[in-house]
Design a protein around this ligand. Structure first.
Ligand SMILES: Cc1cc2nc3c(=O)[nH]c(=O)nc-3n(C[C@H](O)[C@H](O)[C@H](O)COP(=O)(O)O)c2cc1C
Length: 332
Protein backbone atom coordinates (compact mmCIF):
# COMPACT_ATOMS: atom_id res chain seq x y z
CA UNK A 1 0.00 0.00 0.00
CA UNK A 2 1.22 3.51 -0.81
CA UNK A 3 0.63 5.81 2.17
CA UNK A 4 -1.59 8.74 1.13
CA UNK A 5 -1.01 10.63 4.39
CA UNK A 6 2.31 10.06 6.13
CA UNK A 7 2.59 10.72 9.89
CA UNK A 8 5.89 11.18 11.70
CA UNK A 9 7.14 7.82 12.93
CA UNK A 10 7.18 7.09 16.64
CA UNK A 11 10.53 7.41 18.35
CA UNK A 12 9.99 4.07 20.18
CA UNK A 13 13.17 2.21 21.13
CA UNK A 14 15.10 0.77 18.22
CA UNK A 15 16.61 -2.02 20.34
CA UNK A 16 14.72 -5.32 20.02
CA UNK A 17 12.80 -6.36 23.14
CA UNK A 18 12.34 -9.87 21.81
CA UNK A 19 12.49 -11.96 18.64
CA UNK A 20 9.85 -13.95 16.79
CA UNK A 21 12.16 -16.61 15.41
CA UNK A 22 14.83 -14.49 13.70
CA UNK A 23 12.60 -11.39 13.49
CA UNK A 24 13.41 -8.59 15.96
CA UNK A 25 10.50 -6.79 17.63
CA UNK A 26 11.17 -3.31 19.05
CA UNK A 27 8.58 -2.08 21.50
CA UNK A 28 6.40 -3.39 24.30
CA UNK A 29 2.85 -2.81 23.00
CA UNK A 30 1.17 -4.34 19.95
CA UNK A 31 -2.23 -3.74 18.35
CA UNK A 32 -4.39 -6.90 18.72
CA UNK A 33 -5.73 -8.62 15.65
CA UNK A 34 -9.36 -7.45 15.52
CA UNK A 35 -11.77 -8.42 12.80
CA UNK A 36 -13.33 -5.21 11.44
CA UNK A 37 -10.72 -2.95 13.06
CA UNK A 38 -7.12 -4.02 12.46
CA UNK A 39 -7.20 -3.44 8.71
CA UNK A 40 -4.34 -1.73 6.84
CA UNK A 41 -5.52 1.86 7.54
CA UNK A 42 -5.71 1.42 11.30
CA UNK A 43 -2.81 -1.02 11.72
CA UNK A 44 -0.41 1.20 9.81
CA UNK A 45 -1.48 4.22 11.88
CA UNK A 46 -0.96 2.36 15.18
CA UNK A 47 2.38 1.05 13.96
CA UNK A 48 3.51 4.61 13.22
CA UNK A 49 2.45 5.75 16.66
CA UNK A 50 4.43 2.99 18.35
CA UNK A 51 2.70 -0.42 18.02
CA UNK A 52 5.70 -2.77 17.85
CA UNK A 53 4.39 -5.01 15.06
CA UNK A 54 1.24 -5.65 13.03
CA UNK A 55 -1.21 -8.55 13.18
CA UNK A 56 -3.84 -8.73 10.46
CA UNK A 57 -7.51 -9.50 11.06
CA UNK A 58 -8.04 -13.25 11.00
CA UNK A 59 -8.62 -14.91 7.62
CA UNK A 60 -10.40 -18.24 7.17
CA UNK A 61 -8.07 -20.91 5.78
CA UNK A 62 -10.86 -22.28 3.59
CA UNK A 63 -11.31 -18.86 1.89
CA UNK A 64 -7.57 -18.61 1.27
CA UNK A 65 -7.46 -22.05 -0.31
CA UNK A 66 -10.59 -21.62 -2.44
CA UNK A 67 -10.57 -17.91 -3.27
CA UNK A 68 -7.06 -16.61 -2.71
CA UNK A 69 -7.46 -14.04 -5.49
CA UNK A 70 -10.28 -12.35 -3.51
CA UNK A 71 -8.29 -12.06 -0.28
CA UNK A 72 -6.08 -9.16 -1.40
CA UNK A 73 -7.45 -6.53 0.98
CA UNK A 74 -7.16 -8.83 3.99
CA UNK A 75 -3.57 -9.65 3.07
CA UNK A 76 -2.44 -6.11 2.21
CA UNK A 77 0.29 -4.50 4.28
CA UNK A 78 3.10 -2.03 3.68
CA UNK A 79 6.83 -2.40 4.21
CA UNK A 80 6.87 0.19 7.02
CA UNK A 81 4.55 -2.05 9.04
CA UNK A 82 7.05 -4.90 9.35
CA UNK A 83 7.17 -7.10 11.33
CA UNK A 84 3.77 -8.27 10.06
CA UNK A 85 2.01 -11.45 11.20
CA UNK A 86 -0.86 -12.64 9.02
CA UNK A 87 -3.41 -14.48 11.13
CA UNK A 88 -5.37 -17.44 9.78
CA UNK A 89 -7.89 -19.81 11.32
CA UNK A 90 -9.33 -23.21 10.59
CA UNK A 91 -9.58 -26.70 12.07
CA UNK A 92 -8.10 -28.89 9.37
CA UNK A 93 -4.30 -29.33 9.52
CA UNK A 94 -3.92 -29.92 5.76
CA UNK A 95 -6.09 -26.95 4.85
CA UNK A 96 -4.23 -24.73 7.32
CA UNK A 97 -0.95 -25.82 5.78
CA UNK A 98 -2.19 -25.14 2.24
CA UNK A 99 -3.48 -21.72 3.34
CA UNK A 100 -0.23 -20.90 5.15
CA UNK A 101 1.84 -21.80 2.07
CA UNK A 102 -0.28 -19.41 0.00
CA UNK A 103 0.01 -16.67 2.63
CA UNK A 104 3.77 -17.16 2.74
CA UNK A 105 3.79 -16.00 -0.88
CA UNK A 106 2.93 -12.42 0.15
CA UNK A 107 6.06 -12.40 2.35
CA UNK A 108 4.78 -11.76 5.88
CA UNK A 109 7.28 -11.93 8.76
CA UNK A 110 5.19 -14.56 10.58
CA UNK A 111 2.00 -16.57 10.20
CA UNK A 112 -0.21 -16.62 13.28
CA UNK A 113 -2.78 -19.33 14.00
CA UNK A 114 -5.91 -18.28 15.88
CA UNK A 115 -6.71 -20.54 18.85
CA UNK A 116 -8.82 -17.94 20.61
CA UNK A 117 -11.94 -17.00 18.66
CA UNK A 118 -14.97 -17.90 20.82
CA UNK A 119 -17.71 -17.29 18.18
CA UNK A 120 -20.04 -20.29 17.89
CA UNK A 121 -19.57 -20.44 14.12
CA UNK A 122 -15.82 -20.84 14.66
CA UNK A 123 -15.20 -22.46 18.07
CA UNK A 124 -18.07 -24.96 17.88
CA UNK A 125 -16.72 -26.16 14.54
CA UNK A 126 -13.35 -26.94 16.08
CA UNK A 127 -11.44 -23.81 14.99
CA UNK A 128 -10.37 -20.80 17.09
CA UNK A 129 -10.59 -21.71 20.77
CA UNK A 130 -12.26 -24.95 19.61
CA UNK A 131 -8.75 -26.16 18.76
CA UNK A 132 -7.74 -25.93 22.43
CA UNK A 133 -10.08 -28.85 23.09
CA UNK A 134 -7.92 -30.98 20.83
CA UNK A 135 -4.26 -30.82 21.98
CA UNK A 136 -3.17 -33.61 19.62
CA UNK A 137 -4.49 -31.69 16.65
CA UNK A 138 -2.72 -28.53 17.87
CA UNK A 139 0.52 -30.52 17.95
CA UNK A 140 -0.10 -31.87 14.44
CA UNK A 141 -0.86 -28.41 13.01
CA UNK A 142 2.21 -26.75 14.49
CA UNK A 143 4.53 -29.64 13.63
CA UNK A 144 3.35 -29.57 10.00
CA UNK A 145 3.44 -25.80 9.60
CA UNK A 146 6.73 -25.16 11.32
CA UNK A 147 8.41 -27.92 9.26
CA UNK A 148 7.00 -26.71 5.94
CA UNK A 149 7.20 -22.92 6.25
CA UNK A 150 10.20 -20.64 5.92
CA UNK A 151 8.57 -17.97 8.12
CA UNK A 152 7.99 -18.35 11.87
CA UNK A 153 4.63 -19.74 12.99
CA UNK A 154 3.02 -18.19 16.07
CA UNK A 155 -0.21 -18.70 18.01
CA UNK A 156 -2.80 -16.66 19.85
CA UNK A 157 -4.62 -18.64 22.52
CA UNK A 158 -7.11 -18.15 25.36
CA UNK A 159 -7.05 -19.85 28.76
CA UNK A 160 -9.19 -22.66 27.35
CA UNK A 161 -12.81 -23.46 28.22
CA UNK A 162 -14.31 -23.10 31.73
CA UNK A 163 -14.28 -26.91 32.11
CA UNK A 164 -10.79 -27.26 30.61
CA UNK A 165 -8.39 -24.40 31.38
CA UNK A 166 -5.49 -26.14 29.61
CA UNK A 167 -3.43 -23.08 28.66
CA UNK A 168 -0.19 -24.40 30.20
CA UNK A 169 -0.46 -27.70 28.35
CA UNK A 170 -1.29 -25.99 25.05
CA UNK A 171 1.56 -23.50 25.49
CA UNK A 172 4.07 -26.32 25.98
CA UNK A 173 2.67 -28.25 23.02
CA UNK A 174 2.97 -25.15 20.86
CA UNK A 175 6.58 -24.60 21.88
CA UNK A 176 7.52 -28.27 21.44
CA UNK A 177 6.02 -28.26 17.96
CA UNK A 178 7.78 -25.22 16.64
CA UNK A 179 5.76 -22.11 17.60
CA UNK A 180 8.06 -19.09 17.67
CA UNK A 181 5.93 -16.87 19.95
CA UNK A 182 2.63 -17.02 21.75
CA UNK A 183 -0.01 -14.40 22.58
CA UNK A 184 -2.30 -15.23 25.52
CA UNK A 185 -5.73 -13.60 25.87
CA UNK A 186 -6.23 -14.28 29.57
CA UNK A 187 -9.91 -15.21 29.44
CA UNK A 188 -11.74 -18.48 28.80
CA UNK A 189 -14.03 -19.17 25.87
CA UNK A 190 -17.09 -18.66 28.06
CA UNK A 191 -15.85 -15.31 29.36
CA UNK A 192 -15.92 -13.95 25.82
CA UNK A 193 -14.75 -10.36 26.16
CA UNK A 194 -16.08 -9.69 29.67
CA UNK A 195 -15.02 -10.40 33.22
CA UNK A 196 -11.53 -9.95 34.58
CA UNK A 197 -8.56 -11.17 32.58
CA UNK A 198 -6.40 -13.51 34.70
CA UNK A 199 -2.92 -12.01 34.56
CA UNK A 200 -1.60 -14.71 36.91
CA UNK A 201 -2.31 -17.21 34.13
CA UNK A 202 -0.15 -15.19 31.72
CA UNK A 203 2.67 -15.38 34.31
CA UNK A 204 2.16 -19.16 34.48
CA UNK A 205 2.49 -19.48 30.70
CA UNK A 206 5.54 -17.24 30.80
CA UNK A 207 7.12 -19.60 33.35
CA UNK A 208 6.14 -22.71 31.36
CA UNK A 209 7.80 -21.83 28.03
CA UNK A 210 10.98 -20.24 26.68
CA UNK A 211 9.43 -18.63 23.59
CA UNK A 212 8.27 -15.00 23.89
CA UNK A 213 4.84 -14.62 25.51
CA UNK A 214 2.66 -11.64 24.65
CA UNK A 215 0.06 -10.85 27.31
CA UNK A 216 -3.45 -9.71 26.42
CA UNK A 217 -6.61 -8.68 28.27
CA UNK A 218 -7.62 -5.76 30.51
CA UNK A 219 -5.01 -3.33 29.25
CA UNK A 220 -7.25 -0.27 29.39
CA UNK A 221 -4.81 2.64 29.54
CA UNK A 222 -1.15 3.34 28.82
CA UNK A 223 -0.10 2.79 32.43
CA UNK A 224 -1.44 -0.80 32.27
CA UNK A 225 1.27 -1.76 29.76
CA UNK A 226 4.06 -1.56 32.36
CA UNK A 227 1.72 -3.00 35.02
CA UNK A 228 1.00 -6.10 32.95
CA UNK A 229 4.65 -6.59 32.05
CA UNK A 230 5.72 -6.28 35.68
CA UNK A 231 2.95 -8.61 36.89
CA UNK A 232 3.45 -11.33 34.30
CA UNK A 233 7.01 -11.00 32.97
CA UNK A 234 5.58 -11.10 29.44
CA UNK A 235 7.76 -9.90 26.56
CA UNK A 236 5.11 -7.50 25.28
CA UNK A 237 1.48 -6.55 25.72
CA UNK A 238 -1.26 -6.79 23.11
CA UNK A 239 -4.02 -4.18 23.18
CA UNK A 240 -7.42 -4.57 21.54
CA UNK A 241 -10.49 -2.55 22.45
CA UNK A 242 -8.66 0.14 24.42
CA UNK A 243 -6.74 1.00 21.26
CA UNK A 244 -9.85 1.69 19.18
CA UNK A 245 -10.14 5.49 18.98
CA UNK A 246 -6.93 5.70 21.00
CA UNK A 247 -3.85 4.82 18.92
CA UNK A 248 -1.80 7.12 21.22
CA UNK A 249 -1.79 4.28 23.77
CA UNK A 250 1.09 2.85 21.68
CA UNK A 251 3.09 6.01 22.27
CA UNK A 252 2.56 5.50 26.01
CA UNK A 253 0.26 8.54 26.20
CA UNK A 254 -2.93 8.60 28.23
CA UNK A 255 -5.94 9.61 26.16
CA UNK A 256 -6.79 12.59 28.38
CA UNK A 257 -3.36 14.11 27.62
CA UNK A 258 -3.76 14.10 23.83
CA UNK A 259 -4.31 17.63 22.48
CA UNK A 260 -7.39 18.23 20.31
CA UNK A 261 -5.20 19.20 17.35
CA UNK A 262 -3.49 15.79 17.50
CA UNK A 263 -6.90 14.09 17.60
CA UNK A 264 -8.04 16.02 14.54
CA UNK A 265 -4.81 15.28 12.65
CA UNK A 266 -4.85 11.55 13.39
CA UNK A 267 -8.57 11.27 12.54
CA UNK A 268 -7.89 12.98 9.22
CA UNK A 269 -4.93 10.69 8.48
CA UNK A 270 -6.99 7.62 9.38
CA UNK A 271 -9.90 8.77 7.22
CA UNK A 272 -7.56 9.56 4.29
CA UNK A 273 -6.15 6.04 4.49
CA UNK A 274 -9.63 4.51 4.68
CA UNK A 275 -10.70 6.46 1.58
CA UNK A 276 -7.55 5.46 -0.31
CA UNK A 277 -7.87 1.80 0.70
CA UNK A 278 -11.61 1.19 0.38
CA UNK A 279 -12.74 4.01 -1.92
CA UNK A 280 -14.82 7.04 -0.86
CA UNK A 281 -18.17 5.42 0.03
CA UNK A 282 -17.00 2.31 1.85
CA UNK A 283 -14.02 4.15 3.31
CA UNK A 284 -16.19 6.69 5.13
CA UNK A 285 -18.75 4.08 6.14
CA UNK A 286 -16.09 1.87 7.72
CA UNK A 287 -14.50 4.90 9.40
CA UNK A 288 -17.68 5.67 11.35
CA UNK A 289 -17.14 3.05 14.06
CA UNK A 290 -13.63 4.43 14.62
CA UNK A 291 -14.89 8.04 14.62
CA UNK A 292 -17.42 7.20 17.36
CA UNK A 293 -14.57 5.98 19.55
CA UNK A 294 -12.24 8.89 18.72
CA UNK A 295 -14.94 11.39 19.62
CA UNK A 296 -15.96 9.68 22.85
CA UNK A 297 -12.71 10.82 24.45
CA UNK A 298 -13.64 14.50 24.08
CA UNK A 299 -16.24 16.77 25.64
CA UNK A 300 -18.41 17.03 22.52
CA UNK A 301 -22.15 16.86 23.21
CA UNK A 302 -23.81 13.73 21.85
CA UNK A 303 -25.92 15.52 19.18
CA UNK A 304 -22.78 17.20 17.78
CA UNK A 305 -20.98 13.85 17.62
CA UNK A 306 -23.99 12.26 15.94
CA UNK A 307 -24.16 15.04 13.36
CA UNK A 308 -20.48 14.60 12.43
CA UNK A 309 -20.68 10.83 12.22
CA UNK A 310 -23.79 10.81 10.04
CA UNK A 311 -22.16 12.83 7.26
CA UNK A 312 -21.88 10.88 4.03
CA UNK A 313 -19.32 13.15 2.33
CA UNK A 314 -15.74 13.12 3.64
CA UNK A 315 -15.25 16.89 3.11
CA UNK A 316 -18.38 17.69 5.12
CA UNK A 317 -17.36 15.20 7.81
CA UNK A 318 -13.97 16.91 8.18
CA UNK A 319 -15.46 20.42 8.08
CA UNK A 320 -17.89 19.66 10.92
CA UNK A 321 -15.18 17.85 12.87
CA UNK A 322 -12.83 20.79 12.62
CA UNK A 323 -15.55 23.27 13.63
CA UNK A 324 -16.58 21.15 16.64
CA UNK A 325 -13.02 20.60 17.86
CA UNK A 326 -12.00 24.23 17.46
CA UNK A 327 -15.18 25.21 19.37
CA UNK A 328 -13.99 22.94 22.20
CA UNK A 329 -10.48 24.38 22.09
CA UNK A 330 -11.89 27.90 22.49
CA UNK A 331 -14.40 26.83 25.14
CA UNK A 332 -14.20 27.67 28.87
C1 LIG B 1 -14.26 -6.69 17.43
C2 LIG B 1 -13.19 -7.68 17.79
C3 LIG B 1 -12.62 -8.47 16.81
C4 LIG B 1 -11.62 -9.40 17.14
N1 LIG B 1 -11.04 -10.13 16.14
C5 LIG B 1 -9.99 -10.94 16.44
C6 LIG B 1 -9.26 -11.61 15.41
O1 LIG B 1 -9.53 -11.47 14.21
N2 LIG B 1 -8.24 -12.42 15.80
C7 LIG B 1 -7.89 -12.59 17.12
O2 LIG B 1 -6.94 -13.32 17.42
N3 LIG B 1 -8.56 -11.97 18.10
C8 LIG B 1 -9.57 -11.14 17.79
N4 LIG B 1 -10.20 -10.43 18.78
C9 LIG B 1 -9.71 -10.57 20.17
C10 LIG B 1 -8.66 -9.50 20.48
O3 LIG B 1 -7.51 -9.68 19.70
C11 LIG B 1 -8.26 -9.53 21.97
O4 LIG B 1 -7.71 -10.79 22.25
C12 LIG B 1 -9.44 -9.28 22.91
O5 LIG B 1 -10.23 -8.19 22.47
C13 LIG B 1 -8.93 -9.02 24.34
O6 LIG B 1 -8.09 -7.89 24.36
P1 LIG B 1 -8.62 -6.45 24.88
O7 LIG B 1 -9.19 -6.70 26.27
O8 LIG B 1 -7.39 -5.59 24.90
O9 LIG B 1 -9.69 -5.99 23.94
C14 LIG B 1 -11.21 -9.54 18.48
C15 LIG B 1 -11.80 -8.75 19.48
C16 LIG B 1 -12.77 -7.83 19.15
C17 LIG B 1 -13.37 -6.97 20.24
Amino acid sequence: MKDPAPLPRSTASAAPLFHVGPVPVCGEAILSPMDGFSDWPYRSLCRQLGSAMSYTEFIKAEFLVNAFEHMGMRLAFDEAERPVAIQIYGDDPDELLQAALLVQGVRPDAIDINLGCPARTVAHRGAGVGLMRNPLKVARIFRKLSAALAVPVTAKIRLGWDDCRNYRLIARILEENGAAALAVHARTKEQGYGGAADWDAIAEVRAAVQIPVIGNGDVCQAADIARMRAHTGCAAVMIGRAAVGNPWIFAGRERSEVPLEAVRRVMQTHLDRNLAFYGPRKGLLLFRKHAIQYLKGNRLPRPVRAQIIQQDRPEEFLRLLEAALSGLAEGP
